[in-house]
Design a protein around this ligand. Structure first.
Ligand code: DHB
Ligand code: FE
Length: 281
């Protein structure tokens, strides 16, 4: 049977991807951030998953304001890097796992999560930057990826509770897939940041720390955070953190926190990374 063994959450700031692509990760500005990614890379290469379910948000690359799916799953064999305005990032094509993705689609829909099924989907920094953070610059990504896109761009986004419950449903779906696969789930986006307006550049170290603590010890508490609290405390784009609750919902109630890294600033945002393993792992 397929086994979900761990979850990892990380920011997806596009400037981090640019630092990788332009060979700047060891300069004075970026080195402290990238040094903190090393233990996560080592952990992931040791775990060596077959498949990563990568929960992320599209930034008007695959979708636009014409069509805004709240939750969408990629069931293709391949997902090309999207052109975000400067050409696609020079990273490998993302290889999917169509069979598991279709199983997830069926299981989620039978469980009353009416997820949008997507056959063609270019993937932008929301998905490729977390891969660069956790895998570096390989010729091919070392695992198959099932992209799960969440609308956190256009109000109204899904609630944290809905995201957590989707994670629970994903957990059930993986547990009923017969092939022997080692699965890890990523939640991405965040942490506190706002890109526009008078509060552009806002970060909130204390709130981010509380969110990370809650993710490990009291995720149900986090599911009660209303939309406006994210915006007020973590900035408008801090709402991306609801995606971390999908990752957490997919894990067991009790988890072991394996690693945490927090750094401010990257571009004008705060960044975080956390690794949680199911206790039975
Ligand atoms: C930026 C864009 C993002 O999507 C994000 O989550 C953080 C920062 C940016 O353009 O700097
Ligand atoms: Fe973003």
């Amino acid at each position: 049977m397929a086994r979900l063994i761990a979850g990892l959450a990380t920011s997806h700031v596009p400037a981090i991807g640019a630092a990788v692509d332009l060979g700047k990760t060891q300069n004075d500005y970026w080195k402290p951030l990238f040094d903190g990614y090393e233990p996560a890379r080592k952990w992931l290469s040791e775990v060596n998953p077959d498949v990563v379910i990568l929960v992320y948000n599209d930034h008007a690359s695959a979708f636009s304001l014409e069509i805004i799916p709240t939750f969408a799953i990629g069931v293709a064999d391949e997902f090309p890097p999207a052109d975000e305005g400067w050409g696609p990032r020079p990273v490998p094509v993302v290889k999917g796992h169509a069979e598991l993705a279709w199983h997830l689609s069926e299981s989620l829909i039978l469980d009353e999560f009416d997820i949008t099924i997507v056959n063609e989907m270019p993937v932008d920094h929301g998905l490729t930057v977390p891969l660069s953070i956790t895998c570096g610059e390989p010729d091919e990504w070392p695992f198959q990826v099932i992209p799960l896109a969440v609308n956190v761009i256009q109000y109204p986004p899904p609630t944290g509770k809905r995201c957590f419950d989707l994670g629970r449903s994903i957990r059930e779906a993986i547990a009923t897939y017969e092939e022997d696969l080692k699965v890890v789930i990523f939640g991405t986006g965040g942490m506190s940041h706002q890109l526009h307006g008078e509060r552009a550049g806002v970060t909130n170290r204390e709130w981010d720390a509380k969110f990370l603590d809650g993710l490990t010890r009291d995720p149900m508490g986090l599911t009660k955070i209303p939309f406006l609290e994210y915006v007020r405390e973590a900035g408008a784009e801090g709402i991306e953190m609801v995606m971390w609750l999908i990752m957490r919902g997919a894990l067991d109630d009790q988890v072991n926190e394996i690693y945490r890294h927090y750094h401010v600033p990257a571009s004008n945002t705060s960044t975080g990374l956390i690794i949680l393993e199911n206790e039975g792992t």
